[in-house]
Design a protein around this ligand. Structure first.
Ligand code: ADP
Ligand code: MG
Length: 280
């Protein structure tokens, strides 16, 4: 596997802040990976996201995206085109009065020829399954649909990485599911690398790998199963575990011999069925 993002000894201090928001952060993201980033409020997730997209430049250390060091002014636009970002509030990301024009917006800055532009917009809308809404006014859409339009706008730029900063936080459960499943499909089918910042443990459980931020540092990193076994450390950092992990621990405490590492409803169902079969 190849590293697509490298963060090396990064410290970032906001102007006029007395303490750095990030301190000595090092991490790598592999091409094609789906990485979730967890952490309580103020732990530095959004600051990290903006450093990965060259919206912020490290105070110390280096961020490299697709081979470009964000300290190098000459490649800022390359970084922003290669690593597209979606934010929490879908309404703040919509700039046009028609869905199609909104998806076109980023391309106008890239000076893409008209015929190619039309093709890229069509493909991007199809990829997020919003083709039928191309001529719709965005304010008519649900939150989940607006986020899918925002994703289409990024896809049209043909990025290799998508960074999502709590992109589902303002959505209802069905909107949350549709946005996450859209991103997961783009990761699987197009090989787009995803950095998925979230405070939903169930979402992080679906990632290839999880990073937990705490006080501006990387506190834990590992596969979801490894991370969510560390219940005590997570609670100390004001984080939960997925509901099914929690339930499995309670049931184990009551004497039910469930294995460690249960994250999802499907896994819980499977393990409970196994126990029932054995006791018959
Ligand atoms: P998270 O996204 O995990 O909630 P942030 O990256 O937004 O965390 O914030 C990390 C730290 O930086 C916090 O202490 C926060 O108060 C501070 N911070 C965030 N944005 C700014 C800003 N624009 N100016 C000064 N301090 C900020
Ligand atoms: Mg944030």
């Amino acid at each position: 596997m190849k590293e697509i993002i490298t963060v090396k000894d990064v410290t970032f201090t906001y102007e006029e802040a007395t303490e750095p928001a990030l301190r000595g952060v090092s991490l790598a993201v592999q091409e094609g990976e789906f990485l979730a980033v967890l952490g309580h409020n103020g732990s530095g997730k959004s600051t990290l996201a903006k450093l990965l997209n060259a919206l912020y430049i490290p105070t110390e250390g280096h961020v490299t995206v697709c081979g470009f060091d964000t300290q190098d002014d000459d490649h800022l636009w390359d970084v922003r085109q290669q690593a597209g970002m979606i934010f929490q509030n879908p309404d703040n990301q919509i700039v046009a009065t028609v869905v199609r024009e909104d998806v076109a917006f980023g391309l106008e800055n890239l000076a893409v020829p008209h015929a190619e532009m039309v093709q890229r917009i069509d493909e991007a809308l199809a990829a997020v399954r919003m083709t039928d809404f191309a001529a719709a006014p965005p304010h008519m859409l649900s939150g989940g649909q607006k986020q899918r339009v925002a994703i289409a706008g990024i896809l049209a730029m043909q990025p290799r990485v998508i960074i999502a900063d709590e992109a589902t936080a303002m959505l209802d459960p069905s909107g949350r599911r549709e946005v996450l499943s859209t991103i997961r499909r783009l990761n699987r089918e197009k090989g787009i690398t995803v950095v998925w910042i979230t405070h939903y443990m169930e979402e992080a459980a679906q990632a290839d790998r999880v990073i937990v931020m705490n006080h501006g540092q990387v506190a834990l990193t590992g596969a979801p199963r490894e991370i969510f076994e560390q219940t005590a450390q997570l609670r100390e950092m004001h984080l939960d575990v997925p509901h099914m992990t929690d339930l499995a621990q309670d049931l184990r405490a009551e004497g039910m011999p469930l294995p460690a590492g249960i994250l999802t409803v499907d896994e819980m169902t499977e393990e409970v069925c196994k126990l029932l079969c054995q006791s018959r």
